[in-house]
Ligand binder design. Structure first.
Ligand code: G3I
Length: 358
């Protein structure tokens, strides 16, 4: 015990900052863990010229003391995305009745820690309350509902949210528009309606379209670029694109940089908004090493294009990852284990922000 304390003391004195001590893992001792001795991932991201390294978090995690201890460490996380509490079902459960209680709790956490707050999200086909989808609104009614929802939500956080996922997952993987209540009733016009309402509500917030499977060159990414060009031609406010980046170990797209450069050429900023890299369980040393390489590849891509402003993981610990419930047999997608021990993926991220590749 004394030796451990001495080592920890040495680590702190070297960096002169409060390096978060690793709690010894009582399980998975056979699996490799991180070895990087760094102040934190957000510290490295900022040193590298990025705005942040951040994470999604949810209200159900507020009572987890050890989780909160690491989450609240600005050296690790400089940005927070509410995983669920800003979604439509949570913020406008009844027509015109807004409830920001849960989202405010996460906004307060970000504010207390000096962390950038990302808004997620205004308009999405999922997690809609029944009153939005079941009332068979006509175009003018739904146009008002969309504008009012986005304007009220963005307006509530005016000056506190730096960038918003205003339009979430509007496209199908084949590049066509997703058919949801918004598109079926309003066609593509729901997109400018939402973006314009958001701009009016907070002129300083960066307005993003956020989607998955657009991270590499392909038909869906091309379709999104074409949508953005049309919005720009119509003078619709659009500032950025969120690359969700929900990847599979060993299958990270090889065209990340080329794809990012195409969006940069449109004059946009962009961010890695929901990064996790899942593996088919059980974890093995080999899969964890490949995951380390994969996280490094993503960070290196963001480092390669200045318009990539930051990286957010979709929670930082396997303990609260959405993956196992959505992809049975898969998991271990995050940089920290369920025991809050840094995995080799942590090193992959750190090396990436330090300018290295694996
Ligand atoms: O809060 C309730 C709880 O009271 C209830 O007991 C429990 C069981 O029904 O459900 C809980 O709500 C769940 C919520 O997560 C909080 O855990 C919802 O059912 C569940 O659908 C919701 O899943 C979220 C999913 O989006 C759908 O909103 C995931 O946590 C979240 O990680 C996931 O995130 C999305 C992004 O918003 C958009 N990009 C894709 C990404 C993954 O799907």
């Amino acid at each position: 015990m004394l030796l451990t304390l001495a080592i920890l003391t040495a680590v702190v004195s070297i960096h002169g900052v409060c390096a978060v001590p690793q709690t010894a893992s009582v399980t998975n001792t056979a699996l490799p863990t991180a070895t990087a001795v760094v102040p934190g991932l957000n510290y490295l991201a900022r040193e590298a010229g990025k705005l942040y390294f951040g994470t999604a978090t949810d209200n159900s995690e507020f009572n987890e003391t050890r989780y909160q201890h690491i989450l609240n460490n600005y050296l690790h996380f400089g940005q927070i995305t509410p995983e669920n509490s800003m979604k439509w079902y949570a913020t406008e459960p009844e027509p015109g009745v807004f409830n920001f209680t849960a989202a405010n709790a996460i906004a307060d956490l970000a504010f207390r820690n000096g962390m950038i707050l990302r808004g997620h999200n205004c308009v999405w086909y999922d997690e809609l309350p029944a009153w939005v989808t079941a009332n068979n609104y006509n175009a003018s009614e739904l146009a008002y509902i969309v504008a009012n929802h986005c304007g009220t939500l963005v307006g509530h956080y005016r000056g506190h949210v730096c960038n918003w996922d205003i339009i979430n997952e509007p496209l199908n993987d084949n590049g066509t528009f997703r058919q949801d209540v918004f598109y079926d009733t309003l066609g593509e016009s729901y997109i400018p309606i939402a973006l314009r309402a958001a701009r009016a509500a907070d002129p300083n917030a960066k307005l993003y379209i956020n989607d998955y499977n657009i991270e590499g060159v392909g038909v869906k990414s091309t379709a999104l670029q074409n949508l953005i060009k049309q919005l720009q031609a119509d003078d619709v406010p659009i500032d950025g694109v969120g690359f969700e980046s929900h990847f599979i170990v060993g299958e990270v797209p090889t065209t990340l940089v080329e794809n990012m450069q195409a969006y940069a050429a449109l004059g946009l900023e962009f961010a890695i908004t929901e990064l996790d890299i899942r593996m088919e369980l059980p974890e093995t040393p080999e899969l964890l090493e490949q995951q380390k390489t994969d996280f490094n590849t993503v960070i290196h891509a963001c480092m390669s294009v200045p318009q990539c402003v930051g990286v957010t993981v979709w929670d930082w610990t396997d303990k609260f990852s959405w993956i196992p419930s959505s992809f049975p047999g898969y998991g271990a997608a995050c940089p920290w284990s369920s025991d809050y021990v840094r995995k080799p993926a942590f090193d992959g991220i750190a090396i990436g922000f330090e300018g290295g590749t694996i």
